[in-house]
Structure formats: structure tokens, C-alpha cells
Design a protein around this ligand. Structure first.
Ligand code: PHE
Length: 346
């Protein structure tokens, strides 16, 4: 019997030495300590032995059982530690690895143009102000010399907004241009005035390659004693020289806006064909970029400024057109489709 126990012990220890993982250890446990193990068989057979033998063999077998159980626990603990060490080395920072590049954001092309314009006009002494996107009919039309039934209203398809209760007699809208700020600024400030107003405007129009219902404008307004058309042209020439470069020719032609008199439109030479005529400029060689003119006396009056004493000029330009022209982009909707493949090019 002793012989058998020693043999069993030797076998169990040898076999434990070659256990390499938890699964193998579990198999080892079942084999040498489980219900159907030889050790259990010996323990069960003790009752059939004479008392003396039962004592010694019993003690011997129990000692082996304890020993194997202890070895099992040790081995389990060793596996446990090894796996937690592996985990923590996985969590550790490996400073030798190359870093993950962080993706850099960039400014939207329209934002960039707005910033550039603001810098140019600020350096000419214009103050940057902003105004509300939800506006009263009065500021958007009425005070700008566009009365209720004026046909100029037709050129600015309007998003009407329900006015807050208590103001039911006044009509509210999403501003169709930045010009209402001319009135708001004149109401608050005394001349001399030199401001530009960057901002969003809204028109109720069908979307296509050249129209979107929301776009940006920059308004300009200068009011002082003795301001003339020469100041208007000088300012806009200077803007064009700085923004488009000194080589680009600029053209002024008559145009009509109810809030200026006289009114003009300014065009710059087409960058693509250098004035020869191409698809981008509709074969004309010129691209219109803004409307402008001398502030109408009625508009000055609406702003609380005496047209006998003061005069002024105003201009308004669409912003999306500028990068459109600069980069020969053929669809304005690309700016707002959030397609990063497009936006990353700028
Ligand atoms: N507000 C006009 C528009 O949106 C542009 C403009 C502004 C024209 C100022 C003249 C003077 O078309």
C-alpha cells in the first residue's frame, strides 16, 4: 500500500511539473484529486483494512492529499499572478511606439473668407458688428425704402416667422440680407460711422447649383459729412486689390437697389479666363460680386440722420461666391453638404 502511495505521489508530482496552463492544471486536479482519482479510491478502501494499517495508510494518504492540494493552490496562484502581470504590461504605456496622429480640424472655406474680409476692412478703419438673424419687416424692408407693395420685395423671397404674441401687428422674418443693420447702427450711433456686418441671410428659394436658402453676406456702411461716390469706389478698389490682387481689373455699372441712390454693381475680372470669357463667367469675362451705392436720403432719415448734413455709402456682398470663384467650384451646395473630402481641400 505504501508503495502505491509513493508511486502515486511521484506520478502526480512529475505530471504537475509539466502543467503549462490553467486548463491542464484543471485536468490534473480532476485526475489526482477528483472523485474518481486513485487517491479517493485508496481513501475509500481504508475501511476494509485492519485497524493498524488503516491508521498508518490513512495518515499517509491524507498527507499526500494535503500536499497535492497545497501544490494545486500554489500553481493556481502562480498562474493568477502571471496573467495579471500580462494584463498590466498590456495597460502600460509603451513610449517607444510611434504616436497616433490626432486629426486636425480646419476652418470652413466660408469662415476663412469672412475672416480675411474682416481683416481687410478693419485695417481700413471699419468696425465689425453683428445683428439679429430673425428680423422685423421694418428693418429688413420698410426702413430700407422697400414699402409693403414694392416690387423689390419679389426679388427677396422671404421666410416669414410667427411674431411673439403681443407683437402681432409687426411682421417677423429671417433677414434676407444684412442691410437691416444699416438702420440699427444708424439708430444707435452718431456719424462718423464705418462698419461692416458679416452674417447669415436667408432666402426662400429652390436649391440648385447656384442657390441655397441660407448663405452669408458682408454689409458695409460709411456715413460722414462729405462722403461721395469717390469714397465708395476708392474703398472697394482697395478691397479688391488686397483681396483679389493688384492685377485684377474691377468694373462698376449702374444697378438698382431701393436703399441707395445712385446704385451700382461691382464686378471683378474672371480669374479663370482673365476677362476673355468662359463657362464660369458666362462668357462675359466679368463676375459680379457686390451691390453698392450712396445711402438713400430716406434711409438716412429712417436711421435718424439728417441727409442735409450727412451722406454715406453702403455695399453688400455674397460670401459663398468668393471661394466659389477663387477655386472654380461649380456647385454652391458643396459648402454645406459636410463632405469632408470636399472641405479638406481648403
Ligand atoms: N442688400 C443687397 C442685396 O442683398 C446688397 C446691397 C447692399 C446693395 C448695400 C447696395 C447696398 O442684394
Amino acid at each position: 500500500m505504501n508503495e502505491q502511495i509513493n508511486e502515486l505521489k511521484k506520478e502526480a508530482l512529475d505530471s504537475l511539473a509539466s502543467v503549462a496552463n490553467r486548463a491542464e492544471l484543471d485536468a490534473w486536479r480532476v485526475r489526482y484529486l477528483g472523485k474518481k482519482s486513485r487517491l479517493q479510491a485508496i481513501l475509500k478502501s481504508l475501511s476494509s483494512l485492519p485497524v493498524e494499517q488503516r491508521k498508518t495508510i490513512g495518515a499517509e494518504t491524507n498527507r499526500l492529499k494535503n500536499e497535492l492540494e497545497n501544490l494545486l493552490k500554489e500553481k493556481e496562484a502562480a498562474f493568477e499572478e502571471a496573467s495579471s502581470r500580462a494584463q498590466s504590461s498590456r495597460d502600460a504605456l509603451d513610449v517607444t511606439l510611434p504616436g497616433r496622429p490626432s486629426t486636425l480640424g480646419r476652418l470652413h472655406p466660408v469662415t476663412r473668407v469672412l475672416q480675411e474680409l474682416q481683416e481687410i476692412f478693419a485695417s481700413m478703419g471699419f468696425e465689425v458688428v453683428e445683428g439679429p438673424e430673425v428680423e422685423w419687416d421694418y428693418y429688413n424692408f420698410e426702413a430700407l425704402n422697400i414699402p409693403k407693395e414694392h416690387p423689390a420685395r419679389d426679388s427677396m423671397q422671404t421666410f416669414w416667422v410667427e411674431a411673439p404674441s403681443g407683437d402681432d401687428d409687426r411682421e417677423m422674418l429671417l433677414r434676407t440680407h444684412t442691410s437691416p443693420m444699416q438702420i440699427r447702427v444708424m439708430e444707435k450711433q452718431e456719424p462718423p460711422l464705418r462698419i461692416i456686418v458679416p452674417g447669415r441671410v436667408f432666402r426662400y428659394e429652390a436649391t440648385d447649383a447656384t442657390h441655397i436658402p441660407m448663405f452669408h453676406q458682408v454689409e458695409g456702411l460709411a456715413v460722414d459729412k462729405g462722403i461721395t461716390m469717390a469714397d465708395l469706389k476708392g474703398t472697394l478698389y482697395e478691397f479688391s486689390r488686397r483681396f483679389f490682387g493688384p492685377e485684377r481689373r474691377v468694373r462698376f455699372r449702374c444697378d438698382f437697389f431701393p436703399f441707395v441712390e445712385p446704385g451700382v454693381e461691382m464686378a471683378v475680372e474672371c480669374a479663370v479666363c482673365k476677362g476673355k470669357g468662359c463657362r464660369l463667367c458666362g462668357q462675359s469675362g466679368w463676375i459680379e460680386i457686390l451691390g453698392a451705392g450712396m445711402v438713400h436720403p430716406r434711409v438716412l432719415e429712417a436711421g435718424g440722420i439728417d441727409p442735409q448734413v450727412y451722406s454715406g455709402f453702403a455695399f453688400g456682398m455674397g460670401i459663398e461666391r468668393i471661394p466659389l470663384l477663387r477655386y472654380s467650384i461649380d456647385d454652391i451646395r458643396l459648402f454645406y453638404s459636410s463632405d469632408l473630402r470636399f472641405l479638406r481641400q481648403f
